[in-house]
Ligand binder design. Sequence first.
Ligand SMILES: Cc1ncc(COP(=O)(O)O)c(C=O)c1O
Length: 452
Amino acid sequence: MSTHPGPHGGPSLPQRRNLVTEIPGPMSRQLFERRQLSVARGLSHVLPIFVTAAGGGVVVDADGNSLIDFGSGIAVTSVGNSADQVVSRVAEQVAQFTHTCFMVAPYEGYVEVCEQLNRLTPGTHDKRSALFNSGAEAVENAVKIARHATGRDAVVVFDHAYHGRTNLTMAMTAKNMPYKEGFGPFAGEVYRMPMAYPFRWPGGPARCAEEAFDVVTNLIHAQVGEENVAAVVIEPVQGEGGFVVPPDGFLPGLAEYCRTNGIVFVADEIQSGFCRTGDWFASDHEHVVPDLITTAKGIAGGLPLAGVTGRAELMDAVHPGGLGGTYGGNPIACAAALGAIETMEKEDLPAAARSIEAIMLPRLQKLADANPVIGDVRGRGAMLAVELVRPGTLEPDSAAAAKVAKACHANGMIVLTCGTFSNVLRFLPPLVIGQSLLLEGLSILEDAFATL
Ligand SMILES: Cc1ncc(COP(=O)(O)O)c(C=O)c1O
């Protein structure tokens, strides 16, 4: 039982920022002391407020503070916390049955989620899906499927990539601290290529797409051999690595190169998918059709669910029993996903993400004009970021990013940092956030920059 039950969560929570104590308040601090004695140190927190309710665009803590949510639990609660359709479908399902294991005795909800994934993901070809518990597990399974289907071993990934914290996905993830330090040895046959990162491309943003494509394909040829590559795995908009948006042309070129060379092109849309970037999937922006696509996070309104969706001939290359897991596609998580997808369609959340961009991007650009510490403003839809540097250079300024985030937190707004150099502030509001909260959040951010 919660020590402070507080109000019920969901969209009916008052959609306003309201601070009644300092952040974190005394109740959160007390709970944090208990946490220190019971929870492993390896788990850290962006903001140690203990949550009692959340919904729409706010998160309420144990002291009764209501904070503006610009994080969505790392791009998960796109439909809002405890969204109506998610809650009602989950409640219905939990009263029917909680688990059979899909590999023991199947149920319709799993099939329906796969049908929806096959319908919504890019491309009209014949598709199949499989469900898992987490993003990392989905990426692992995409690699398993690509290797099995091609009979090849090598996996190509990119600088600044983040694919998870399991052994194989740590190998695929670029950043050492905190994700990899001391956790090796890592899985083999993973090859890292330069990322088409316009802000940091040596030849400048205008030449980034073409030059990056040449560098990547030449390196694959020289260091791996095209005929050895099972999969190229890329985030169409990079998440933890800094919200890097590759320049137009890079992704379609890479997909075409994979097709020509019999390589499975895998889009990791775990963070960028499900309406976040203003399309159903970030791949849609340039009409890229991945062979396999991994999804998680936004798919199920906060319940743990992930998927691999792809060409039927690739997905079905694996023998019966070769894929699975005890909980993958749990019936309650599937019910939540169906509720979340229904909400995304009914409320046209891709359009909501585009509206958020239309409001936020000009304000962020204005902020950059006034603050030379902002070297780059980027992103798409409701997946936006600013990268902080020493003015006029590419030298990352992680201290400034941390200071701005801290000032936002103290003022009642949840905001996250990211990036290989920890110098990027990223903005991931729930797609259902109201306009006044969004505008207030932007004002808090502007005030935070004034503290630098
Ligand atoms: C692009 C991408 N891939 C994979 C993962 C791993 O997902 P999970 O944390 O659910 O294992 C994440 C998580 O942040 C991600 O952003």
